[in-house]
Design a protein around this ligand. Structure first.
Ligand code: ATP
Ligand code: MG
Length: 436
């Protein structure tokens, strides 16, 4: 067994081999490739930071090491100790001549193609997602997603927002939809939260500005390239704010997130061949969007934007977050504030944000007045009794407030122009998939 404490002290990351002042290094990684040119053998080793070539020369390299070099199967985990040498032919201009080599864990015959341009189809790759995660392309996606999530949190924490953790098990439907997963909860029935909506409102009504990244579950039966049955939302909720205030917050956050990705994930973006710019922002009312789309011969629904309409907006305003506000009341949930607080308003304080041709977010001002909320519930054909505890939570000093939600997988998909949202989630939960 290899001494892991010693290894942790002495090991260098592969990317640091290239500017290492030390001649002798210890590295560990996965076998990326091997090549045997009879007198010379190459073993390309990969860790999370990069790849490096280990070169063995017949007669120079220790005989035992030279013999084993091309026998180690791809993706086996290997320890190498050796000297760093400049080399014109080696990728990155350096190579390692091994003095010690230990196979820490040998890989069996691989069930999927793990090369960068894998020929294995997505469903099969997802069956072996743990192995698909060995691929640098897959790693690049999740390195970028890590930046997205942490930049999102940083941005709002730095602006005085409080990080909250809403419950995942809830006693009744939060939005009145029917797309809920049921669970047994002792003698009662519970549901998996389809949104943190009501909880973040309750917290914002007391603690003013909150931020969260939290999982949600939607029992939608459809199978699309932009929906999952389990996804994670990046949410804010803010007291004393209307839709315009929180749209501006989103504009700032998305620009910051994209800026951070450009700064921290340059190599990952290059690997994925993604061209990215910090976006501009464009604000228009739903009515203005409809007019513009009709002029461009795009069909629009009376209270929603079709995928074609979203694509057109991207064509008309490239590298731009398009905020469409003053959304028709009929297209928004019961908790969205009617324009100017008027019960029968046709227009709401709700909005959608469209970026790179897809809806990334919905949001708006919420109804914080219990009587108005009850009327809105009835107007949507919902029973106010089912929402009594929610409605009552606004009876003891609830400020006006607004918020929104961006799905982190959806955002990753959009940013990287991935064809399928399943590429942007480690272990997708969809209609047919519950493992791994
Ligand atoms: P859509 O119109 O795309 O079906 P929605 O209006 O039902 O989405 P919201 O309830 O507004 O979605 O959720 C907020 C955000 O969460 C969406 O803008 C999107 O980024 C993301 N999202 C929503 N549903 C899903 C899903 N099933 N899978 C992945 N992400 C989702
Ligand atoms: Mg929406």
């Amino acid at each position: 067994m290899i001494d892991l404490e010693k290894l942790n002290k002495n090991r260098v990351l592969i990317k640091d081999v290239f500017d290492n002042k030390k001649k002798e290094v210890e590295i560990v990684g996965w076998v990326h490739n091997t090549r045997n040119l009879s007198k010379v053998k190459f073993l390309v080793l990969r860790d999370i930071s990069g790849i490096v070539q280990v070169t063995g020369v017949d007669g120079k390299t220790d005989d035992k090491i030279f013999k084993m070099m091309d026998k180690i199967s791809r993706e086996s985990v290997v320890y190498v100790k050796g000297c760093v040498k400049d080399s014109k032919q080696a990728p990155g201009g350096k190579e390692i001549n091994p003095d010690a080599m230990i196979v820490i864990s040998e890989a069996e015959k691989l069930p999927i193609d793990v090369s960068d341009h894998s020929k294995t189809e997505l469903p099969k790759r997802l069956d072996y997602r743990f192995l698909d995660l060995h691929r640098q392309r897959t790693q690049a996606i999740f390195k970028i997603q890590s930046t997205i999530g942490s930049a999102f949190k940083d941005y709002f924490i730095n602006r005085g927002f409080i990080d909250m953790h809403p419950p995942s098990l809830i006693g009744s439907s939060s939005e009145g939809g029917t797309d809920l997963f049921k669970a047994k909860y002792f003698e009662q029935e519970a549901y998996l939260a389809q949104s943190p909506q009501l909880y973040k409102q309750m917290v914002a009504c007391a603690m003013e500005k909150i931020v969260t990244i939290t999982p949600v579950w939607r029992a939608e039966k459809h199978n699309t390239i932009r929906h999952l049955n389990e996804c994670r939302q990046m949410d804010i909720e803010m007291a004393f704010a209307n839709a315009m205030v929180v749209m501006k917050e989103m504009e700032g956050a998305v620009k910051y997130i994209v800026g951070e990705v450009l700064k921290k994930n340059k190599e990952d973006l290059d690997l994925l061949e993604v061209k990215l710019k910090v976006p501009k922002a464009k604000y228009m009312t739903f009515a203005e969007a409809v007019k513009l789309l009709k002029e461009n011969k795009i069909h629009v629904e009376k209270d929603d934007l079709t995928p074609e309409a979203e694509k057109k907006l991207d064509e008309l305003f490239p590298d731009t977050i398009v905020f469409v506000y003053d959304w028709p009341m009929s297209g928004k949930p019961f908790y969205i504030m009617p324009k100017d607080g008027k019960v029968d308003a046709k227009i709401s304080e709700g909005f959608d944000a469209i970026y790179r041709g897809i809806e990334i977010s919905s949001g708006g001002q919420r109804v914080h007045i219990p009587d108005l909320l009850i009327k809105r519930l009835k107007a949507k054909g919902l029973n106010p009794k089912d929402f009594k505890s929610y409605t009552d939570s606004f009876r003891f000093g609830a400020p006006p407030h607004s918020g929104w939600s961006i799905g982190i997988e959806r955002f990753t998909q959009v940013l990287l122009k991935l064809l399928n949202i399943r590429e942007a989630v480690l272990f997708p939960r969809d209609r047919d998939r519950l493992t791994p």
